[in-house]
Ligand binder design. Structure first.
Ligand code: FAD
Length: 621
């Protein structure tokens, strides 16, 4: 039969993790199969069609710097773009886009279909082929056997998925899709630690039945920010308005009246939900003193009337959902097009994974995305990319790669997951990164493009544009450092007009830029010249203004790097290391850290214990 069944890499699942994994592996030259339930749902957004936001846009821009698809598709599908925290420091600034779900999906599909080395196939994977603790292939629902050197599993919320609306429930991977029960059963037979989590989504509403005149308008930024380093504002489709309304006391009374039929409160759901994205019934219950909660009313696209009411995710019975929605200003006559629901699903304890996202028990098998206990498209996409890279590297007999915590939010995400595990859906925040000032969204390209190029992920167009920007930064920095302004000149007078304390001696433009009251716009006026590329100007301004803080963080990173580079064998016998308490030994055995630095981040592992481990390693060598 002339049908390809042998590949280098197989990726199971065409969600956000799976598509990035498959694209990365294929870009690196590995013959890759993307096996998914339904080709029509490639890149589907199960919940709100929004990409980015605080902590998350950092991941999107890192995926982009490594040649991934998410930011590219966002630029093609985004119908509203904003920079959040724009008045705060650069470390916490974040780009967010509301997307048209159809345009986004189409952009992902187009990228996938045109990727050389990538084969798509629609069918459920029901079984893994494992030989001598090594993954070597998969078996589909109809018994087709595909073989590969490595396998990446990105099954999202589908493993053993159960959908709840009120006290009714049914099996499902998300609304309208079947769950992956055969594969879930198989994974439970393998030596992985399986748990249950839950997430939820709000009812969708027909815009034709909504009174927007009583809501506040929320427009995007002008000019609109761009998500991808190689994207452009010209690619953005028509931009639209979002709206803001609020729940009322009546809404809360209606919600309370449904508590006895809430699957969450009645004990029908055992999985833990996302802490930072609670359901409306959870908010009403936990914050009983609040008489109103904000709702962002966000369009799902340009060619649909469906709206996403962000903030009222719920699994209450449908009659309660309807009454609660209709008690909200502007929604008095609202028609619900899809009920809200909660979904419970299996996840695998990420402590069973290595930094490459390869499992510790089965070689050549990688897990990425929601299956690892995370929530969010961006978290999934970032893990997918990393797993795809390492699955390709392993298939090509090359050394593995993963970023450290000081190099990327992707490094923070994976290190957090595999070191501490998670028993609730994990989402990214800037506060999770200790080197926030170095890991900014504006410098993701500078941090990762070169690595991406070495790995074979970055094409010539991106590489050229990146080098132009990098050279531009060097040139502009050197111009600002070397151009001196004298107080008794025209330029000096212009400068003194902006300064709180006038200049008493000549100063470089860079020195002037370090003053709090001065920004790059002033410098351009004083020096009568500016960098042509606004991204170069932004970068130079941030680097110069925050130089002191950035160099302090860089010193700290340098000090810690020694521990990051000291590897711990996965089979290290912690029982023979003197001076470790039984509790610490147990924690180290549970996590099996890969480096001394990772060991030091395990909760309860003291600096003294780390010293004992270092002494032991020295003696062993
Ligand atoms: P998914 O996007 O779920 O993709 C999994 C893919 O794998 C699908 O294409 C599926 O068909 C395929 N697949 C599964 N099993 C098999 C198999 N055996 N064989 C072949 N193909 C298979 N995130 C947020 O950030 N905030 C939220 O509020 C939020 N709410 C959510 C509400 C609901 C109801 C759901 C379902 C998800 C929600 N999410 C939310 C999560 C977000 O959708 C996920 O984090 C993200 O989609 C995970 O990406 P993924 O690639 O891991 O999995």
């Amino acid at each position: 039969m002339d049908f390809p069944t042998r590949f280098d890499v197989i990726v199971i699942g065409g969600g956000h993790a799976g598509t990035e994994a498959a694209l990365a592996a294929a870009r690196m030259g590995s013959q890759t199969l993307l096996l998914t339930h339904n080709i029509e749902t490639l890149g589907q957004m199960s919940c709100n069609p929004a990409i980015g936001g605080i902590g998350k846009s950092h991941l999107v821009k890192e995926i982009d710097a490594l040649g991934g698809a998410m930011a590219r598709a966002t630029d093609k599908g985004g119908i509203q773009f904003r920079v959040l925290n724009s008045r705060k420091g650069p470390a916490v600034r974040a780009t967010r886009a509301q997307a048209d779900r159809v345009l986004y999906k189409a952009a992902i599909r187009e990228i996938l279909e045109n990727q050389p080395n990538l084969t798509l196939f629609q069918q459920a994977a029901d079984d893994l082929i494992v030989e001598n603790d090594q993954a070597v292939g998969v078996v589909t629902q109809t018994g087709i056997r595909f073989h590969a050197k490595t396998v990446v599993l990105t099954t999202g919320t589908f493993l053993g998925g159960v959908i709840h609306i009120g006290m009714q429930n049914h099996a499902g991977g998300r609304a309208g899709d079947a769950p992956a029960n055969a594969l879930a059963k198989r994974l439970r037979e393998l030596p992985f630690n399986v748990g249950r989590l839950k997430t939820g989504t709000p009812p969708r509403i027909d815009a034709r039945t909504v009174d927007f005149s009583v809501m506040d308008q929320q427009w995007g930024d002008t000019p609109a920010p761009v998500m991808s380093f190689i994207g452009s504002r010209d690619e953005h489709p028509e931009q639209v308005c979002c709206y803001v309304t609020r729940t009322t006391e009546q809404t809360h009374d209606i919600i309370r009246s449904g508590f006895d039929r809430s699957p969450m409160f009645a004990g029908a759901i055992e999985g833990v939900g996302p802490r930072y994205c609670p359901s409306i019934e959870d908010k009403v219950n936990r914050f009983a003193d609040k008489d109103s909660h904000q709702i962002f009313v966000e369009p799902e696209g340009l060619t649909t009337n469906e709206l996403y009411p962000n903030g009222i995710s719920t699994s209450l019975p449908f009659d309660i959902q309807l009454a609660a929605v209709r008690s909200i200003p502007g929604f008095e006559n609202a028609h619900i097009t899809r009920p809200g629901y909660a979904i419970e699903y299996d996840y695998l304890n990420p402590q069973d994974l290595r930094h490459t996202l390869e499992t510790k028990f089965i070689q050549g098998l990688y897990f990425a995305g929601q299956i690892n206990g995370t929530t969010g498209y961006e978290e999934a996409g970032a893990q997918g990319l990393l797993a795809g890279i390492n699955a390709a590297l392993k298939a090509q007999d090359k050394d593995e790669w993963y970023p450290r915590r000081d190099e990327a939010y992707l490094g923070v995400l994976v290190d957090d997951l595999i070191t501490m595990g998670t028993n609730e859906p994990y989402r990214m925040f800037t506060s999770r990164a200790e080197y926030r000032l170095i890991l900014r969204e504006d410098n993701a390209d500078l941090r990762l493009t070169e690595t991406g190029r070495k790995l074979g992920l970055v094409d010539d167009e991106r590489w050229q544009k990146f080098n132009d920007k990098r050279d531009g930064i060097v040139r502009e920095r050197s111009r600002l450092e070397s151009t001196r302004i004298h107080p008794n000149t025209e330029a000096g007078e212009r400068a003194n007009g902006f300064l709180k304390q006038p200049m008493t001696r000549d100063q470089s433009l860079a020195e002037l830029l370090r003053r709090p009251e001065i920004d790059y716009g002033h410098i351009a006026e004083i020096g009568a010249e500016r960098a042509e590329d606004p991204n170069v100007a932004d970068q130079v301004e941030i680097e110069i203004k925050y130089e002191g803080y950035i160099s302090r963080q860089a010193d700290e990173i340098e000090r810690l790097r020694r521990n990051e580079n000291t590897a711990l064998p996965l089979d290290l016998d912690y029982d023979v290391i003197g001076g470790l308490s039984n509790e610490i030994k147990q924690k180290l055995k549970d996590v099996r850290p890969e480096t001394v630095a990772q060991a030091s981040r395990i909760q309860g592992v003291t600096p003294a214990a780390v010293s004992q481990i270092l002494v032991h390693l020295k003696k062993r060598d």
